[in-house]
Design a protein around this ligand. Structure first.
Ligand code: OXD
Ligand code: MN
Length: 593
């Protein structure tokens, strides 16, 4: 509860529209949270899991038609279409009102409206921003209590201030034809209806911390980026930080929680996770860029997470976690997913809620036959992560030595290269791309351009977003160096030639050595490449020839890529900054020289 008249008037107005039976203010107290869990278990919205094996863990299944973010039904609603830009779905304000109002009208009849005051970032930090989400879903409340800092103390911190992001979520009928995820950056407002899936309804995450925040960042002179943040601790105790952006299916959470290879661990190297998905970045007084993770938990993809790929993530999920759309093992009331281990449960319920026989699993028909949905998730507290950084709750953020872009490219990108300067690094981010894998629907090896991994998450015109990147480089006198990595290079047989996972630390160490001016590089058409011998391969079964291959520029495939870059730039149109067009021309000239 609050005396803030802006909050109270808005809650009353939304209650008038949606007509809930009652309104409950989320305080964050253990009593209230426990009562909500009990209520959700009583109605079947949640199932309590084995308290001994998975203390304080719950299972939830979404509707079968509601299992992922829906980019086709996600809109940026602004006065002018130009402000959403050519890469976003745009809806005008009048049309949005006409479409949404009838869907919300009476949508909470017979239900409870929960008022969730939450903060993205540590309350009291200059980086942080407050939001209030109204929802008729206990699942959303309990997830928001993990993913954000939420409760009465956030309202207390807000005081009389009108400065908060409004979010209205109603499950309505979970009708996919009437599903809308609408963002009104000019009005600090998010409207989500007819979904119960995390990415569409946990409004603090993609909707606020990326789409609305990217818009605010441009207006206010900071950046909201789709980046993990990690710290590399050296044997002498010093820690250096990097932020990194990858499109989905590139192992972002695995990199954020990397386990050093044994020989580096023995020397005393450690990796600490500050965040796995989102970074808010500001210029510090010293001209460096400082980053915070505005979230409080991880909303990670479960399948493929195991003791080898990401033990830290796995251990994080062992308590206080909500699992969504994974397999329910009825024998011991635990959970399972494809890629967890080789012991699928015999007595099990799949993500659809049906009895599941693991013997029917067919790799070529994953979606139809898997027990866990390929996009099944865990919502887990960051503080439960064994490698969570001591700076996780920092109010001032961590100084970034490097920004890393990455993609999944069979041939085009080398294992790692460094950009020439901030402007060129912005160009490198703007041409980021990934090739589709067998896991994704559709053709194999199709290149999808995803600049800075922000294509689905930029809340305004992408050309203006690039211009904002350029301007941040001018503001930050000691800006981080910008690199590009590709863990997915293949040989003629189509096999991966870099081991990836923990061994990626070897590449991070070269990157950080470059930032310190401690290692040379070779200038080439696309930037600076490592000398093959400068990436430490101790203990790896990898020849110098393979290292050379990993660090080579495949000119033919780069030249082939130019057309797709040009087509993408052309789509952005007249907001495309001249500086980046010039960089593209230079790249083309270098490659064709
Ligand atoms: C995510 C995404 O869920 O990027 O983090 O899709
Ligand atoms: Mn993400």
């Amino acid at each position: 509860m609050t005396n803030n008249k802006y909050v109270n008037e808005w809650v009353a107005e939304m209650a008038e529209l949606t007509q809930p039976d009652k309104i409950v203010w989320i305080t964050g107290s253990d009593e209230q949270t426990d009562a909500l869990r009990a209520e959700a278990c009583a109605t079947g919205e949640l199932e309590k899991l084995n308290e001994e094996k998975l203390p304080n863990c719950y299972l939830h299944r979404t509707a079968v038609n509601d299992v992922a973010r829906v980019e086709g039904r996600t809109f940026i609603c602004t006065k002018e279409k130009h402000d959403a830009g050519p890469t976003n779905n745009w809806m005008g304000l009048e049309e949005a009102k006409e479409k949404l109002t009838p869907l919300y009208k009476g949508a909470m009849k017979g239900r409870t409206m929960y008022v969730i005051p939450y903060s993205m970032g540590v309350v009291g930090s200059d980086f942080s921003k407050i939001g209030i989400e109204l929802t008729d879903s206990i699942y959303v409340v309990l997830n928001m209590l993990i993913m954000t800092r939420a409760g009465q103390y956030v309202l207390d911190a807000l005081g009389d201030n009108p400065d908060f992001i409004k979010g209205l979520h109603a499950k309505a009928d979970i009708d996919e034809e009437k599903r809308y995820i609408c963002h009104f950056p000019e009005y600090n407002y998010i409207a989500s209806v007819n979904s119960g899936y995390g990415g569409n309804v946990l409004l603090g995450k993609k909707c606020f911390a990326l789409r609305i925040a990217s818009y605010l960042g441009r207006k206010e002179g900071w950046m909201a980026e789709h980046m993990l943040i990690l710290g590399v601790e050296y044997p002498d105790g010093e820690t250096k930080y990097v932020a990194a952006a990858f499109p989905s299916a590139c192992g972002k959470t695995n990199l954020a929680m990397l386990i050093p290879p044994e020989f580096l661990a023995k020397k005393g190297y450690k990796v600490w996770c500050v965040g796995d998905d989102i970074a808010w970045i500001r210029v510090g007084k010293d001209g460096r860029l400082y980053a915070v993770n505005p979230e409080n938990g991880f909303f990670g993809v479960a399948p493929g997470t195991n003791e080898k790929s990401n033990p830290n993530a796995l251990h994080t999920t062992m308590r206080d976690t909500i699992f969504t759309n994974v397999v329910h093992n009825l024998d011991d009331n635990t959970v399972w997913w494809e890629g967890l281990d080789n012991n699928p449960p015999v007595n099990a319920i799949d993500w659809r809620g049906n009895k599941w026989d693991y013997k029917t699993y067919d790799k070529t028909r994953k979606l139809e036959t898997s027990g866990a949905h390929p996009n099944s998730r865990f919502t887990a507290l960051a503080q439960n992560c064994p490698c969570i950084s001591s700076e996780f709750n920092s109010t001032t953020g961590v100084p970034l030595s490097a920004i890393i872009f990455g993609g999944r490219r069979a041939k085009t990108a080398p294992l790692v290269y460094q950009s020439k300067n901030w402007q060129h690094g912005t160009f490198v981010g703007s041409i980021m791309a990934s090739e589709t894998t067998a896991a994704a629907a559709g053709a194999l090896g199709v290149v999808r351009r995803d600049p800075m991994a922000m294509l689905p998450f930029c809340g305004y015109n992408m050309g203006e977003y690039f211009a904002h990147w350029l301007s941040m480089g001018l503001k930050a006198e000691n800006a981080p160096k910008i690199f590009h990595v590709n863990w997915f290079r293949t040989n003629a047989e189509g096999e991966f030639i870099w081991p990836g996972f923990g061994d990626n630390l070897r590449v991070l160490l070269w990157i950080l050595a470059r930032c310190e001016g401690k290692v040379d590089a070779v200038e080439c058409e696309i930037g600076y490449l490592p000398k093959p011998e400068d990436i430490d391969t101790e203990g790896l079964d990898i020849s110098m020839d393979v290292m050379k291959e990993l660090l080579s520029v495949d000119k033919a495939s780069w030249i082939e890529d130019l057309d797709s870059i040009k087509a993408f730039y052309a789509k952005i149109g007249d907001t495309m900054p001249k500086e980046l067009l010039d960089e593209l021309a230079t790249l083309e000239a270098n490659l064709k020289a």
